[in-house]
Design a protein around this ligand. Structure first.
Ligand code: ADP
Ligand code: ZN
Length: 621
């Protein structure tokens, strides 16, 4: 193998001109023979950290990865850019196994992906010993009890590596608290590793959180902003998934459900259809997502509140892995938190300690959802890093330009108004002696001549009609916000009733602060700076559509996921720059040598005006 410098390899294979943060340090560390720990958010570009050393001639890179479903995609993607890659796992066929060993014996294999089970089963390491250049452990948080996805086989990797003193080790993960980081280093036996810990923020994600009042309608509205693009909708229960699928399908959205109630076959088909872009939208419970590597997911909608910020980060993080703008929208209702709590507490033998953890996590995600504070900042701070990423000393005002609060779609009520409004709501709950739920209290505050209110003679209470003229949705959202802040509490049970807490009484006395926010009417919306630059318009839009069509047709012909042929951003650049020859095409970020040679002619023809269908027909399969 020819030795290339990291920069040369980056250009030749990937067609990128610059590294993302920390990639270069990671590559240089292992090329110099050091161990490394890399913590980088999803989409940060972790795979390049261990693939690029292979392209530079470090020798065979053994990649331990827990997800068999993903391995074949990773192998295909590596082969697409011209690296020789293979996978060994329980579902790999005999033909593939032979091919892998033949390449290996020729010393031509760059990357070998294995499941931890396969490696632990023994034998393999001795066979590959002469070729080995680097151990890479992906999803390294699986080694830790403290992480969220502990895998016992990961514990046996450290001892296995021990017999290979001269081979550097790199461990990679998207999320690891300092405790998990320590555990990874200890368990995998990393020797004085270079620690490369990235900032958790994902600047290309546009976060929004709104109160939920009509699930089907709100989800559909959000999807309509993304016609023809790939997205994931998460709902809490199978029933809600099925109901949403009905609503969306009726409105003509191409979608499928995904939850544990479906057969393995149905689930595999839904996932495959989604990855191969035969399907735009997956509506799923939390069961979906682990094996999803589609990099051009343009939005993730939470139709219900997830159970923790960690879950939210992970689920919403499946959007925009290609680095292009993507939307993450959360439709919040306090009822979701009550359901989560009920379901978790029903588990047998749940310890008081575990209960406290669950309660803390629910209250954290609740606060995230209702606080009229920059969402990028809330998330970064939750993961222990300040935001903005480079804080100027003394700089306070921030406008991320990529969340509902900074875009002016959600506004905080001025302090005094928030206090007065909160006091009115709390008084109404107090007056009704904790015997009613949010619906009733809202009607009371709005001064509705509802039968029940009349029957109870509550129209004579001083609080009756105190918020007359306010939109009902706003009052409901404020009640949720007061619950999340602990000023009101709801009883457990089928019909949750409201009561006032001590801190609620303190709000009324004026000794406790309160914050209320509300969504602003649509017309007042600022356009997101990031979304604005997203897709071409005018004549370029037609070209872009044709290029996408060609990509889809080729993908079907070659049985590849479309994003693996070219990322969305590459098609955007092609439709804007309209390269006339292979050299100009190669200049586009994301077009390496291999892809230029393989696909250049076909895409150039469509750019020059040819019909995608006929070009795809002629393409050799
Ligand atoms: P992770 O595993 O950290 O989630 P990936 O390795 O899948 O991230 O990379 C995410 C996306 O970023 C991929 O589409 C990849 O091609 C792209 N990418 C990685 N490094 C670079 C870079 N230096 N320049 C531009 N794009 C990059
Ligand atoms: Zn913001």
């Amino acid at each position: 193998m020819n030795k290339l410098s990291p920069q040369q390899a980056l250009e030749k294979y990937w067609g990128y001109r610059s590294f993302r943060p920390l990639q270069q340090q990671a590559v240089e560390a292992v090329l110099a023979g050091h161990d490394a720990l890399v913590v980088m958010p999803t989409g940060g570009g972790k795979s390049l950290c261990y693939q690029l050393p292979a392209a530079c001639g470090i020798g065979l890179v053994l990649v331990v990865s827990p997800l068999i479903a993903l391995m074949d995609d990773q192998v295909a993607a590596a082969n697409e850019i011209g690296l020789k890659a293979g996978a060994l796992h329980s579902q790999a066929g005999e033909v593939e196994r032979r091919r892998v060993f033949a390449e290996l014996n020729r010393g031509a294999l760059h990357l070998l992906y294995v499941s931890p089970e396969r490696l632990v089963a023994g034998g393999l390491l001795d066979i590959i010993r002469p070729h080995l250049g680097l151990f890479a452990v992906d999803e390294a948080h699986c080694v830790s009890h403290w992480g969220h996805e502990f895998r016992p086989e990961y514990r046996q990797l450290g001892p296995l590596f021990a017999g290979f003193d001269g081979v550097p080790r790199v461990a990679l993960t998207a999320t690891a608290t300092p405790q998990v980081q320590k555990d990874i280093i200890a368990q995998l036996g990393l020797r004085k590793p270079v620690e490369l810990i990235g900032h958790p923020d994902r600047p290309n994600l546009i976060y929004r959180s709104f109160p939920r009042y009509d699930q089907g309608h709100q989800v559909l509205e959000a999807i309509r902003q993304h016609r023809g693009e790939g997205g994931i909708v998460y709902a809490q229960t199978r029933k809600e998934v099925d109901r949403l699928v009905k609503t969306l399908a009726r409105a003509g959205v191409s979608c499928a459900p995904y939850h544990a109630g479906l057969s393995a076959l149905q689930r595999a088909k839904a996932q495959d259809d989604f990855v191969h872009e035969r399907l735009d939208v997956i509506v799923a419970t939390i069961a979906f997502g682990m094996g999803i590597d589609r990099s051009n997911v343009r939005y993730v909608i939470h139709a219900n509140t997830p159970r923790s910020i960690e879950h939210y980060q992970q689920e919403s993080g499946r959007a925009g892995r290609d680095g292009e703008p993507a939307d993450c929208i959360l439709f919040f209702s306090v009822g979701d938190l009550v359901t989560h709590k009920m379901l978790s507490f029903r588990e047998e033998g749940i310890s008081p300690q575990r209960r406290r953890v669950i309660e803390r996590q629910l209250s954290e995600i609740g606060r995230y959802a209702i606080s009229p504070v920059c969402r990028h900042r809330l998330l970064s701070e939750h993961f222990g890093k300040p935001y903005p990423v480079e804080t100027q000393p003394g700089a306070r005002a921030i406008d991320c330009g990529a969340c509902d609060v900074c875009l002016g779609e959600t506004e905080a009520l001025p302090t005094e108004e928030a206090r007065l409004t909160a006091q009115k709501i709390i008084s109404a709950v107090y007056r009704t002696e904790g015997r009613f739920g949010a619906v009733y209290v809202t009607k009371l505050l709005l001064g509705s001549s509802d039968e029940r209110i009349m029957a109870n003679s509550h129209d004579s209470l001083k609080v009756f009609g105190l918020l007359k003229g306010t939109p009902e949705k706003a009052v409901r959202a404020w009640i949720d916000q007061l619950i999340v802040q602990g000023h009101l509490a709801v009883t457990d049970g089928e019909y949750p009733l409201l009561r006032v807490t001590q801190s609620g009484l303190d709000v009324c006395k004026g000794t406790e602060t309160v914050r209320l926010g509300h969504p602003v009417i649509r017309s007042a919306k600022k356009k997101s700076r990031k979304a604005a630059a997203e897709l071409p318009t005018g004549p370029e839009e037609t070209l872009f559509a044709n290029l996408r069509r060609l990509r889809l047709l080729l993908a079907r012909k070659l049985s590849l996921p479309p994003y693996m042929i070219f990322a969305d951003s590459v098609l955007v650049s092609m439709s804007v720059l309209k390269p006339a020859d292979a050299a100009a095409l190669r200049e586009i970020k994301g077009v390496g040598d291999n892809k230029r040679d393989r696909y250049g002619k076909a895409f150039l023809a469509v750019i020059a005006g040819a019909d995608p269908e006929s070009i795809a027909d002629e393409f050799p399969s």
